[in-house]
Design a protein around this ligand. Structure first.
Ligand SMILES: [Mg+2]
Length: 156
């Protein structure tokens, strides 16, 4: 659980965080060792979900040992499935982190949407639907480990 007290807007009580996998948590399908450590720390504060089509079936091995839930997308319209994932839970208590076109609606639906520019870039629509934009996976993870960074960017 993470309570964000943001001057000028209502408090946000986060219970979970939903990540896109490719381009958001991974670069070229690989999770960096440093980001793995940060994910472990984050999982001590929030429920962590990873949404992925897992086309190559690598997610289970890559995230082995991390206390998170891998949620596999089934259809072709990932952006609708991702939004539905957020909406079917308590969206007001979820943050979402993504980079691609198919993340823009989940970033909008979540209480807090973070766009990762990263090595794989970000879709302009996803950038405009985000509350904050960060340069890397590590920076996205660190925002939630040092929430004053979030408050600084969101205060009115
Ligand atoms: Mg992506």
């Amino acid at each position: 659980m993470l309570k964000l007290e943001i001057p000028g807007r209502s408090d946000i009580l986060l219970k979970g965080i939903v990540f896109d996998m490719n381009g958001t948590l991974t670069v070229d399908g690989e999770l960096a060792a440093k980001d793995r450590e940060l994910l472990m720390l984050l999982a001590g504060k929030l429920e962590v979900y990873v949404l992925t089509a897992d086309t190559f079936g690598t997610a289970a091995t890559m995230f082995a040992g991390l206390p998170l839930e891998i949620c596999r997308l089934k259809g072709q319209t990932g952006f609708l499935e991702k939004k539905k994932f957020i909406d079917s839970r308590d969206s007001s208590s979820l943050a979402a982190v993504g980079n691609g076109y198919n993340d823009h609606l989940m970033l909008q639906s979540a209480a807090l949407g973070i766009c990762v520019l990263g090595e794989e870039g970000a879709h302009p629509l996803t950038i405009t639907h985000a509350d904050l934009i960060v340069p890397s996976t590590g920076a996205a993870l660190e925002l939630f480990l040092h929430p004053l960074r979030l408050v600084a960017g969101l205060r009115r």
